[in-house]
Design a protein around this ligand. Sequence first.
Ligand code: DP6
Length: 321
Amino acid sequence: MKTKAFAPVNVAPIKYWGKEDEKLRIPANSNLSMCLEKLGTETEVEFRDNLKRDEVWIDGREVGGRARERVLRQIERIRRLTDRKEKVKVMSRNNFPKSTGLSSSASGMGALTVAGCKAAGLSLSEKELSRLARLASGSACRSIPDGWVEWVKGSGDKTSYAKQVFPVKHRDLRILVVILSKVEKRISTTKGHGIAKTSPFYKKRMETVRRDLRLIKKYIRERDFQKFGEMLEDESLNMHAVMLTSRPNLIYWLPETVRVMQAVQGWRKQGLESYFTINTGQNVFVVCEAKNEKGLVSRLEKIEGVLEVKRDKVGRGSRLI
Ligand code: DP6
């Protein structure tokens, strides 16, 4: 059977950086994200008797190496839950440049898990899908439920998964995806997680991140956009402080990245409110209220080095299509 699924990218106001268990991808701290409505990955999975070998296609090309291995490892986990032995064909397409800090592994592994399970004849609950997606890429577990999502750290495989904390409609925030360069990062996120503990600031981060998660949920619940935005920005910089001081150090920003960060802060001083957050890459997410979206897009597009601004908003999680 051939099955297709869509999974969104998710953007985390409280980040996942560092793991308690590398193999099971148990995060060092519980974290929180919002699913996007449009940005994401569409993946088709087919188990077939007459295929000579497994095939993995991403963005129109058959891929080998680590990308292929990572996909096939997840297929293997799915095979183990069933008695399927056939070869598989996986066709995946992102509607944005992958490996540039826009969380393609979250949407990619989310869509692969949902389509793969269905194609294999499994029918899993949201919680089971989230746990399984987590094993392929930690942040992918947050692309399964709708809306505002918390990945509860848990204490092991069974208890570490993501669940909705607020529905899509809770707050109509806009997320502007600022694309500065399509060059893929040199150091993978998985490697980055592995060296997070070498930063002298990591321990300090762990002391405050639990309190911050509690506070940000309160700000979201109360719809306090200013407090929410300030914490989103501080938290992203806090994570990058750990990255910048790891061994080896990780500098994901480009000059254009800093230009966007400073522009956002400058406009804010003038009364045009928005806040930025950045993952492992050069590209930037700018979060604002609906009333400021248009003004911000036209300003962002004029910044030197900005290739494209994609407009998005909080949306649903993974689904079959
Ligand atoms: C910086 O989920 O990509 O985007 O579990 O090794 O696949 P692996 O890592 P991944 O890490 C995402 C890290 C981040 C922060 C976040 O989205 O919370």
